[in-house]
Design a protein. Structure first.
Length: 489
């Protein structure tokens, strides 16, 4: 029996054109631009008044189909990963409806009527779960068909909150099929972790609905969150998933992390993945063999901390789920954090460890936080950079590390295919960012608070938008709140 490879053959990204320049935002809010740039990024996008997560998703999927010449009738699985859905009944079927209408307008076959249309939700991890299920669908049910996963989200925070510069909006579509053109997705070797973190990050819709006070319906998507605790949960969840992955192979986790070519992680803001992966790498050394301990001791010497103390810290890893009961802002790894900060200025550590996270970093500085799509956006950006540099990634392994607040984490190994470079050049990540308009302070506040354009001179074209929203709720006909879509040529 031949071994069946299933994985990623294409990615396509869509972001709205409405851009907030974080250097200007820093000036508006009297923040340090240098700090914002180093920790967060350079810009983020916002939804326009006639855009939704469904229109963004449809735009990304349509580009995926057209650019890669996908036969829509061969699509047997179309999944939406999101934590920003606005309909508690329908999900990816909304996207399918938009696509089918436009495909027919182009004299093309619609997506198969037999296509499965699920929606996945677990905060920012929903897209990873959708991809794992798409791979399973192709492997077990329909090896000759294709699957598409689209991650579409908006990240919003209250004006003046610590999370405000980490906002964003965007969608990334991923084509999954047999004999993949970019990378095989090794779900059988993936690592999983989940634990209920009560006060990490939540979106209680009923509460927000009561607090709307006539503001934009964007406000319904504002989270209740504890930022310091969320960072602790992200690090802890990542380590637990990596441990689980390591348990499925004979190598030490440290050996596995050393040999991978690249690492792509959930990216709430620029600095967070580097912090989490650095501490996870130190943890792997602490759990490793003699050579690992020698390397770790070199790092503790650089940071002027006790080697035995950091080993004790790793061997007595705290239960982060208990933090809200005593000290929610506690640092689970204070000694490792001190070492990590010292090593971020160490050239040897940067070359050996942080280089794995460097691919596509510059391109993603403009992405903002797009929740479920952020890890796939980073993957697309990294592939584009590696292709432009002529790097030979064929048959080499990378890790995709997803995280969803609340919380759950996944680590999935991928193996790059021969000829991956040609596939990633079809719809490069940077193409999605070529068209934009920088918002003024007043325009940003109006769009963010009231969902109005306030004189923004930008005309959308060649994409899906909301044409109108229904208002009828009679006994014989109802469409109140239902969005009607159109494609603008």
């Amino acid at each position: 029996m031949n071994y069946q490879k299933v994985g990623i053959s294409a990615l396509s990204t869509y972001v709205p054109p409405y851009r907030v320049d974080l250097e200007k935002w820093s000036d508006w809010t009297h923040q340090s631009w240098e700090k914002i740039k180093q920790v967060v990024g350079t810009g983020f996008r916002m939804l326009g008044p006639n855009q939704t997560i469904y229109t963004m998703a449809a735009n990304a999927v349509l580009d995926l189909i057209l650019s890669n010449k996908v036969n829509p009738s061969e699509i047997g699985f179309l999944a939406l990963g999101t934590e920003s859905s606005t309909d508690n009944s329908a999900g990816s079927i909304i996207i399918k409806g938009m696509l089918d209408k436009e495909l027919k307008n182009r004299s093309m076959q619609p997506i198969s009527k037999n296509c499965e249309v699920p929606e996945f939700k677990q905060a920012c991890l929903s897209g990873i779960y959708a991809v794992k299920n798409a791979v399973r669908f192709i492997k077990t049910d329909a090896p000759s068909l294709k699957a598409i996963v689209v991650c579409s989200d908006i990240a919003l925070y209250q004006l003046g909150a610590s999370g405000e510069p980490t906002q964003g909006a965007g969608a990334v579509a991923v084509l999954i099929e047999s004999n993949p053109k970019i990378a095989e997705v090794k779900t059988v070797e993936s690592g999983s972790a989940s634990d209920y973190r009560h006060l990490d990050f939540r979106k209680p819709i009923h509460y927000r609905a009561k607090q709307a006070n006539g503001h934009s319906d964007f406000d319904l998507d504002l989270p209740i969150f504890n930022g310091t605790y969320s960072s602790s949960c992200y690090i802890d969840g990542t380590i637990n998933a990596l441990d689980n992955m390591a348990s499925k192979n004979s190598e030490h986790l440290s050996d596995h992390l050393r040999q991978v070519t690249a690492v792509f992680m959930h990216r709430p803001f620029h600095r967070m993945p580097m912090t989490a992966f650095s501490i996870a790498y130190l943890y792997a050394l602490g759990k490793g063999g003699v050579n690992d301990h020698e390397e770790l001791e070199e790092y503790t010497n650089i940071a002027d901390v006790s080697f035995n103390d950091i080993l004790t810290e790793f061997n007595n890893k705290p239960n982060v789920s208990d933090f809200p009961d005593n000290d929610i802002n506690r640092n689970p790894f204070p000694i490792a954090s001190k070492v990590m900060k010292a090593l971020h200025n160490d050239s040897a550590f940067q070359k050996k460890v942080l280089t794995k996270l460097s691919f596509g970093q510059d391109l993603t500085m403009e992405m903002g936080n797009i929740y479920s799509g952020s890890v796939f956006g980073w993957l697309s950006a990294g592939l584009e950079e590696a292709s432009k540099k002529g790097l030979d990634w064929s048959n080499k392994e990378a890790l995709i590390i997803g995280y969803g607040s609340g919380d759950a984490a996944e680590v999935i190994p991928i193996i790059f295919a021969e000829g991956w470079e040609q596939a990633v050049q079809i719809s490069p990540f940077s193409l999605a960012f070529e068209s934009s308009i920088d918002l003024s302070h007043e325009q940003y506040i109006k769009l963010r608070s009231e969902k109005t354009t306030n004189g923004i001179d930008y005309h959308l074209n060649n994409q899906f938008v909301v044409n109108k929203v229904g208002t009828e709720e009679r006994d014989d006909f109802q469409d109140a709140g239902i969005e009607y879509y159109e494609y603008l040529n």
